[in-house]
Design a protein around this ligand. Structure first.
Ligand SMILES: [Zn+2]
Length: 396
């Protein structure tokens, strides 16, 4: 009997999470639309929405009148954004971004602080994260009380199951835990994820992707990241570190990658690789070797766009390498879509032909033609929204 009860409770919890997530993506919606979106029966929708309304998690909002102005205004329901708050932290080289999110998944406040990430050991980094998180939350006293969870994103290899950073270009230390200390002191669950996987959460929240069950997100920028959504779920693998697309190989003796090996896709396609290769053949201002600035990358992109042939060919070659990498993913995974995003899509017009050529050269048409390859314009908000979505997994 007890097992059966557990099953029923689990199904109810899963249905409740589904309604909350439908409202987060589509809200405000009419009650009847929730059934259509989730496939749940009207009776189940009524039971769940009544319970959520009782706990003030959802609220009724009035939809604007039809343009004819006749008839009663339709009553819609939506999540009550002020019911809970989550904290998001994004750690990158020498920078910590702090964000406060509401129950709808919106970022309602953010701050950026300089942190010398490469000089920290495990203990000092955990202390800095807690100090900055507490300072930030203290500036938002109302939300501090509503805090239900937190999420941290960092570039590099992350063991999401254990909350450990295995290796990150933002840190000098390896194998450090970033969740236990914060969790203990904030008194709420803390999730850790690779930044590319956070972007996959943000993509998954967009209406045009929410029903897509199998897709790959490729993130271009200071590094090259990847995420796999399989059967509607993020696939993190046995060690929680899938899918390190940027460190799959293009050539066994290719250029040096930030990970220490040679010939990774990232060593051809990332910002630092493009800037390094461009600097070898043209006169460019000196830069931080591991992290050329956005402005410098935009200048390089502009140079190629305005007819510098060497720069153009560099982007085209980078696109071809990316195409070979994507072709390998297509052969392995057969996804419905590949979504290329990240700051590096600033140059997608220069990469695209190369990407298609690379895929065409690498893969028989039968294995590639069923997958749409598309790019999504980038905004810095994407990682933030993904971190907030990651933290909100605890509220469903
Ligand atoms: Zn690598």
């Amino acid at each position: 009997m007890s097992n059966r009860k557990t099953d029923t409770e689990q199904i109810r919890a899963a249905n409740r999470a589904e309604v909350i997530s439908a409202l987060r993506v589509y809200g405000p919606v009419a009650r009847v639309d929730i059934g259509r979106i989730t496939g749940l029966s009207p009776a189940t929708v009524t039971a769940i929405t009544s319970e959520l309304a009782e706990h003030n998690i959802i609220q009724e909002v009035q939809a604007p009148r039809e343009s004819s102005g006749r008839g009663r205004p339709r009553v819609m329901i939506d999540l009550n954004p002020d019911k809970a708050s989550v904290l998001g932290l994004k750690l990158s080289i020498n920078e910590l971004r702090l964000m406060l999110g509401d129950l709808k998944g919106n970022i309602i406040s953010e701050a950026v602080v300089a942190v010398r990430t490469l000089d920290q050991d495990a203990e000092s980094l955990n202390a800095v994260l807690l100090k900055e998180a507490e300072h930030f939350l203290a500036q938002h006293p109302g939300h501090q009380q509503l805090l239900v969870s937190a999420g941290i994103a960092i570039q590099g290899f992350v063991d999401a199951h254990q909350g450990n950073v295995v290796w990150s270009p933002a840190l000098s230390v390896k194998h450090i835990n970033l969740t236990n200390h914060l969790q203990r002191h904030l008194g709420c669950p803390v999730e850790l994820a690779n930044d590319a996987n956070c972007i996959a959460y943000a993509v998954q929240m967009q209406q045009q992707y929410v029903e897509c069950r199998d897709f790959i997100v490729v993130m271009l920028g200071y590094g090259v990241g990847g995420s796999l959504i399989m059967n509607g779920e993020l696939y993190t693998g046995h060690l929680g570190a899938a899918a390190e697309f940027g460190h799959t190989k293009y050539s066994h003796d290719g250029p040096q990658c930030a990970c220490g090996k040679r010939g990774c896709i990232e060593a051809y396609v990332s910002d630092y690789a493009l800037y390094r290769d461009a600097s070898a053949i043209m006169n460019l201002p000196a830069t931080d070797r591991r992290h050329p600035s956005e402005k410098q990358m935009q200048k390089l992109t502009e140079l190629a766009r305005t007819g510098n042939e060497a720069a153009r060919e560099l982007f085209a070659q980078s696109g071809r390498v990316l195409g070979y990498g994507i072709a390998n993913m297509l052969a392995l995974m057969s996804p419905e879509r590949v979504v290329v995003t990240g700051p590096g899509v600033r140059a997608y017009d220069l990469l695209e032909d190369g990407v298609r050529e690379g895929i065409r050269n690498a893969l028989v048409n039968e294995l590639s033609s069923g997958t749409a390859i598309e790019h999504l314009p980038w905004s810095e908000d994407m990682t933030g929204k993904g971190i907030i979505a990651l933290a909100l997994k605890h509220f469903g």
